[in-house]
Each structure stands twice: as C-alpha cells, then as structure tokens.
Design a protein around this ligand. Structure first.
Ligand code: DGY
Length: 332
C-alpha cells in the first residue's frame, strides 16, 4: 500500500469471515456483520457519520446520486458484489470520476444451472406438485400434474451473452430442436452444427416461434418492460417465460394478466420488482408462476469467487494497480 493511513471501507453485507480478515489487514472496516439488510436511511446515516474511501455492496443496495453526494469527495471507488450494475447510477459515478469494480464471469455457471432448474420446475410444475402431495391419489386423471416437454422445443433466448449461451449449452442435451436468440448483435459460431442450431432473429419472431422464452439480457433503458402486454400477445398460448436477469424487464401487471387470461402458459422468475416480492403479492398466488428469491448466483463456489474478485479489486485499486474487473465506460 502506498500510504500508511488505512483507507476506510464500508461493507454493507455479511461475507465469509476469511474475506473480512483479508480486508481488515489493509482497510479500516465499517462492517455490517448481521444478516439484517440495512435500510437506505441507515446507510445514509452511516456514511454521513463516517465517510468511507470505498464501499463494498451487493445488488440490493442502490448507489444513487443522493448516496454519492452524502459520501462526498472522500469516496474513491466502489466494489459491487455482482455482475449486474443497474443498481448503480453509473453516469453519476463517471461524472464524479469514481471507478466501479464488479464480478463478471465467475457466476455464469451458477446462474445458468439455476435457469435450467427454474425452467424445469416451471415446465414440470414442481412446486405445485410438492404442494399437491396431500391430494395424490384423489385424482384418477392420467393427465394429473402433466407439464410441458423440452424435447423438440424451440427455445428463445433474449440476450445470448455469457449466461444466455451457458443456458443454451445446458439445454442441448435435453434434445431441444433449436435456439432462437435476439439482442444487440448476431453471434459468430465456428461450427456448422452451431450455425444450424442457433438463429439470430428479430424479437417479434422469437416471441411468436418459441415454446420457452428465457430472459438473459441486462436491464437498461431499452429492455425495461420489454415484456409487456404487446409482447405477451405475440407469444404462444402455452409458452413458458423464464427470467433470471432483472425483474424490471417484465411489466409484472401485464404478466399477471397474461398468466390469468391464458395469453401464455406459465412463468418462472428468479428476479422481481421489488425484491423481495411482498408475501401478499398477487403473482405469488398463481399456480402457473414459480418464483425464486433471486438465487441465480447462490452457489458456494460462485459466491466465494465473487468475494475474492471484490477483495482483489479493492486491493489493486488502493495499491494503484488495475482492478481485476473494472466496469468500462462503454459497458454502461
Ligand atoms: O448481477 C448479479 O451478480 C446477480 O444477479 C446477483 O445480483
């Protein structure tokens, strides 16, 4: 470290102790060592009382203009425990010259695994079936608890980036017929098999042709509410919608109507607005809507690797070295 005065680091969430021990050798820590999330008011109170040089936080903490103004000039960098950055006012950070470290790559497999689990849970009505154990035997209908097969299905993926592609690769052994994808650009594939299997299509074609639609793109001004009434009207009536990206990509009122009016068959959501979804929310009452509490990256290895990248980003920045993963201006 260049200076003998230890920089002050505010850590807004609990983390495994080995990472905290590593950080406390270098930083003066203000560490929220309880599982209870801090409210925005508590965060503002803490940073006004003791402005930090850096903040380590996860995607549920909003880093907005008010918070940045409250910390003031002392703040030198931000480290987010996430690959997504829609919870950060990136433009305001750029204006203030505050670099942002983030954690891409290491949660791709975990999130793709979870997407497949959510898709299968939704298609095969797993949570409904678990709840139905008591009525098992009361129905003699051979079609009881039947779901939708993946074999020969057309799968549409909105955003075939790292995570979207990892989901597609996991679905190939389920004998799906093809993958349609939409997004900002067509992807280059080397093999002829991939060239035949993946087709870049306009969004409307993806909606109209897909049996399963998976949202794996980022939330931005173009994708916000892109799944609205108009989009649901273009989907197949038995289509299944899966969202492992960000809740704001779906207009949830329109989704509720689409699920109850039979515009689409079912939905599986790992992300919602807000998070957590209030327990009395009407989407939680629907049998054809499976909701997970944003656990896409929640496997031990992915979370440890994310923590390590955050630590390395912080160490490097305060040693005047390049961060392992710094959000580029062009990424925002
Ligand atoms: O963006 C991410 O890293 C995941 O969605 C967890 O927030």
């Amino acid at each position: 470290m260049a200076s003998t005065i230890r920089p002050r680091l505010f850590i807004t969430q609990q983390m495994p102790s080995q990472f905290i021990h590593a950080l406390e050798r270098v930083f003066e820590l203000d560490y929220q060592d309880t599982p209870t999330p801090l409210s925005p008011e508590q965060i503002l109170f803490r940073i006004r009382a003791h402005p930090p040089d850096a903040i380590l936080f996860a995607s549920k903490i909003k880093i907005d203009k008010e918070l940045l103004s409250a910390v003031g000039d002392k703040l030198k960098m931000l480290a987010t425990f996430s690959v997504g950055y829609d919870h950060i006012d990136v433009k305001e950070c750029q204006k203030r010259g505050i670099p942002i470290g983030y954690t891409p790559g290491v949660l791709t497999d975990a999130t793709a695994d979870l997407a497949v689990a959510l898709l299968l849970a939704t298609a095969r009505r797993i949570t409904e079936a678990v709840r139905a154990n008591g009525e098992w035997g009361t129905s003699c209908d051979v079609m009881w608890m039947c779901g939708k097969p993946l074999t020969n299905a057309t799968v549409g993926i909105v955003g075939l980036g790292r995570i979207g592609l990892a989901i597609a690769r996991r679905l190939q052994p389920f004998s799906i017929q093809r993958v349609l994808y939409s997004g900002t650009r067509e992807k280059y594939f080397d093999s002829n098999a991939d060239k035949a299997f993946f087709k870049y299509v306009p969004f409307a074609e993806l909606l109209g042709e897909s049996d399963f639609v998976i949202i794996a793109c980022e939330l931005n001004e173009y994708t916000k509410n892109m799944f609205n009434k108009n989009a649901f009207e273009q989907m197949k009536n038995d289509a299944i919608l899966i969202n492992i990206a960000r809740g704001g990509i779906i207009d949830q009122d329109a989704l509720y109507d689409a699920l109850t009016n039979g515009l689409i068959g079912a939905a599986g959501l790992d992300v919602t607005v807000p998070e957590p979804l209030p327990t009395e929310h009407r989407l939680l009452t629907l049998e054809n809507c499976t909701i997970f509490p944003h656990i896409g990256s929640a496997d031990v290895s992915a979370r440890h690797q994310m923590a390590q990248i955050c630590v390395d980003n912080l160490f490097n920045f305060f040693s005047a070295k390049p961060m392992v993963h710094q959000l580029k201006l062009g990424d925002a």
